[in-house]
Write a protein that binds this ligand. Sequence first.
Ligand code: SF4
Ligand code: SF4
Length: 366
Amino acid sequence: MHKTESLREADRLMTICNACRYCEGLCAVFPAMEMRRTFTAGDLNYLANLCHQCGACYTDCQYSPPHEFDVNIPKALAALRRDSYAQYVWPGFLRGAFSRNGLVAVLLAALSLVGFLLGFAELISSNALYSAQAGNFYRLMPHNAMVWVFGLVALFCIASFALGMRAFWRDVRGSESAPGISGFWRALADSLHLTYLHGGGDGCTSESEAPSSARRIYHHLTFYGFLLCFVATCVGTIYHYAFGWFAPYPLLSLPVVLGTLGGIGLIVGPVGLAVLTAKRESMLTDPGQRAISLAFLWTLMLVSVSGLLLLALRDTGAMGILLAIHLGFVLGLFLALPYGKFVHGLYRFLALVKYAGERNKGAFVE
Ligand code: SF4
Ligand code: SF4
């Protein structure tokens, strides 16, 4: 008998689906399920993290409520996914953040913001904070101070992600051998294309029973917006250390163009996803998952809006305050990353790696 309610419910539903198998063409979850006759906790966590919550199996199911079988796969797997995030998190004493992540994210962002503002006031005269600095951020916060603060936070995040992923892989791997490099590339391609967010081909069911591609498009905008901002930061770092080209960079320079495009994606994508999440039928999702999703989307939006405002007003006297606000939100986002929705991408990627390994063995036919 499984230890938690979410595991027991997922086990019950997978057992029903394994007898039915009507949905086997919709996504990766059902072919992977058909490989098993019984389900360990690791199997169920693997299947839960393979699910993209497109909703197709709910609308297609003849046993969904009000049928007495009460089959609701998207909701049950969403609840189990959230529990799995808490199970694998490092350090373990912070696992409670997944049940109150909205509050944690906002508090972290606010405290970071206050810390930055106070630090600025201590280090620099208030005149410098309120006067135009020709877009030169480093007159307000020295480059080395920025590198130390964000470098330490980034290292903490990387350690937390690595240990969480190791715990996940150990739990779900079972007796499988490593999937090999081809499995890795297959999983990467499936992640980058969101292959299994198509809901069997027609799209994702969000606000009605009519499938639509909107959720996948907004998810792509969010993901690639985040990636562009990351690349912009890397290019700026290379400019600084390799070529001695120091910020502020011109508006048409590579880091600014990449950062601006990424920032736009990080506003349009999260706004679209937040609207779809708000409109989504409540029976299709777990309330806890909805809360951590919205907290993450709001934090991304605040980072992007403050970043683009900072770019637009960097030559004015508002630059100091905007820089403090933007850095505060960025720091809050980074501190909250291991304890919020962001981790779904890491565990889903590993689940896809395992799925690619099973598929490579030719154990089932799609
Ligand atoms: S979700 Fe419903 S229709 Fe689909 S396999 Fe499960 S029981 Fe069958
Ligand atoms: S919600 Fe979509 S991705 Fe999840 S199991 Fe159902 S069909 Fe598959």
